[in-house]
Design a protein around this ligand. Structure first.
Ligand code: 5GP
Ligand code: MN
Length: 328
């Protein structure tokens, strides 16, 4: 690990040890790394007798594929998050804005602990444990659990494994040390296939119909991104009707397989003319920078932003930002 996090790790452990009440928050539209990280730490603190709740700003319901991770029933709706939390822990959340409607709690909490792996994280907490070299926030949480002297068991390890397997794309973006961590998690009895399959490999039959419509309209623009190629697809509200967010989120994993394109984008319509955009790059374009220029953020090869208006104008702005980053 290149940066020395021992001081913030010690400070985070001290803040949590002293706390009697801890609120853990994931980013809006939480994924397995955000919610798994929050639930792993939450479970460990709950067992130490602390009052613990885990939540996120939006949407109102917990993604179906992540519900099983909540072994102790720690998840509460955003409306039940205290106005002035004693200790607030923000996980996998690169900026206050990514907490959505719960962002106001940052200014009102007694102590704010930030656990994250986004390079763009400004360090908005009282204590900031941000490791941009970590492939997942789950790895940062594991280091904190070790600092706290928590003994890993299957329910905690399963939450961390869920974050790790998704953020590393099934360990393809994982170095030797991260594979050793995975081995340590599996040694507690985690069933890798049982965790990974619902998260990445299982969809209702209606998914196939949605894909056939969405992928048929996908566009390959070979000259975009400085000639490296750009492929994009749009999932409208009509396309995703009756399906879970999980189905919509996974479309980008197919679109980005296009070999003629360095960059892939999927526009996901969350509300009429309100889009969440997923960006992916193979290796050469920093889509985190592209997303930041458009008001979002993320990592070098996986990033996103939100936008309003016609899909065509969102795409036009995206192409422009992509061009200037790719040719920089
Ligand atoms: P996804 O495409 O899977 O939703 O997101 C990929 C990555 O991009 C996430 O891990 C997150 O870091 C970032 N990201 C996605 N959407 C947004 C957004 O609206 N704002 C910011 N700041 N980051 C985002
Ligand atoms: Mn993450």
């Amino acid at each position: 690990m290149s940066n020395d996090l021992s001081a913030p790790l010690r400070a985070a452990a001290a803040a949590l040890t002293d706390a009697s009440d801890v609120t853990l928050l994931a980013h809006v539209n939480p994924d397995a790394d955000a919610l798994g990280s929050a639930l792993a730490l939450g479970l460990a603190l709950h067992r130490r007798g602390k009052a613990v709740r885990v939540s996120f700003g939006a949407p109102d319901s917990v993604p179906e594929t992540l519900r099983d991770l909540d072994a102790a029933g720690l998840l509460v709706p955003a409306a039940e998050v205290p106005a002035e939390p004693e200790v607030l822990v923000a996980l996998d959340t690169g900026s206050v804005a990514r907490l959505g409607p719960l962002g106001d709690r940052v200014g009102r909490a007694g102590t704010v602990v930030v656990l994250d792996h986004h390079v763009s994280n400004p360090g908005y907490g009282t204590v900031n444990v941000v490791d941009a070299t970590a492939e997942a926030t789950a790895l940062v949480v594991l280091r904190l659990l070790d600092e706290l002297g928590v003994e890993l068991d299957e329910p905690v390890a399963r939450c961390l494994y869920a974050g790790l397997v998704t953020d590393t794309r099934s360990f393809r973006h994982a170095g030797p040390e991260t594979h050793r961590v995975a081995a340590r998690l599996l040694a507690t009895g985690v069933d890798a296939e049982a965790v990974a399959r619902p998260l990445m490999d299982s969809h209702p039959f209606g998914y196939l119909g949605m894909l056939s419509k969405v992928l048929a309209r996908a566009v390959l623009d070979r000259s975009a991104a400085g000639g490296l190629g750009f492929v994009h697809a749009v999932v409208t509200l009509a396309d995703s009707e009756g399906l879970r967010p999980e189905e919509v989120e996974s479309v980008v994993d197919l679109v980005r397989t296009t070999s003629e394109a360095e960059v892939a984008a999927v526009l996901k319509e969350l509300r009429p003319s309100y889009w969440s955009v997923s960006l992916r790059a193979v290796s050469r374009v920093d889509v985190g920078e592209v997303a930041q220029r458009l008001g979002g953020g993320g990592h070098r090869l996986a990033a996103g932003f939100t936008a309003t208006g016609e899909a065509s104008s969102v795409l036009a702005d995206l192409r422009t930002a992509l061009e200037s980053v790719a040719t920089n």
